[in-house]
Design a protein around this ligand. Sequence first.
Ligand code: ADP
Length: 300
Amino acid sequence: MEIVRANSLAEAVSAIYGEQKKVAGRRPVYGGDINEAYRLTLSDGSAVFMKCNSIANQSFFEAERKGLEALRRTGAIGVPAPLGIGIDRGQGISFLLMEYLEAAPKNTDYWEQFGRELAMLHRAQCAGFGEEKKLPFGFSSDNYIGASPQVNTPRESWVCFFRDCRLRPQMEMARRYFDAGTQEKCSKLLEHLDSWLEEPAFPSLLHGDLWSGNAVCGPDGKAWILDPAAYVGHFEAELAMTELFGGFPPVFYASYSEVNPIEKGYRDRKEFYNLYHLLNHLNLFGGSYLGSVQRILNKF
Ligand code: ADP
């Protein structure tokens, strides 16, 4: 279904569900970092999920919509359907409406299945998500990683993409935290990145921000992935992020690698991939992340 574009929340709801349905109530949903979120109840008792932010921040939702749609197109894993997007000037908000995922108990093989489905996402055909220029790595438009801008200019080479569109912009933003020695290490790392990272055998569509808070159990008892920062890249970058803040259980990685084998050198490479997210945390949340950034820089 084509997403509805509307000039008010009420207009969006009637365009999606029909004139007779109205918003009858709303309950806040907590747990997000950036937006306000609500479970809206409609007059027939059904539910819809709404995220809202200021009007000025509408671009967050355009970017999220594109990521959700790209991930859904693969059919590999549960991703909520974006239903409506718009600005409500009366309420002073921009909003994104999407399918509400009613929580259910996790299937007993929840983690195995999640691992397999993420691997299927990474093996899904993703030519054309990059750009019309047909360069494999990147995305059709820039988006956000948390609240930071994420550059997705398509590139022929993964290593160049990761250097120019991932590490370099974050390192430039983080300059204010760096002394001369750290700055020098950053420059060296960028210069020699191709001796540490490798081109993947195939490009993969990535969720892009897959930590445990961005996966929930949906009504089918399976994992659904939310709040993407999607782009086409190396699947190792995604796996690395799943390990950064707590990690997923071993059984997840075991079943992942049955579908998409993880190579040995990944253990070393994952540090570079997580450097991107740690730099982003340094830029968003401040100096408490400097030590983790420096630990990785010192290793190489
Ligand atoms: P933010 O963009 O602010 O980080 P999130 O996308 O993480 O917000 O969502 C905020 C909260 O809403 C989280 O607790 C998340 O689990 C929940 N959530 C997100 N999408 C849905 C959905 N489609 N259905 C039900 N709950 C959702």
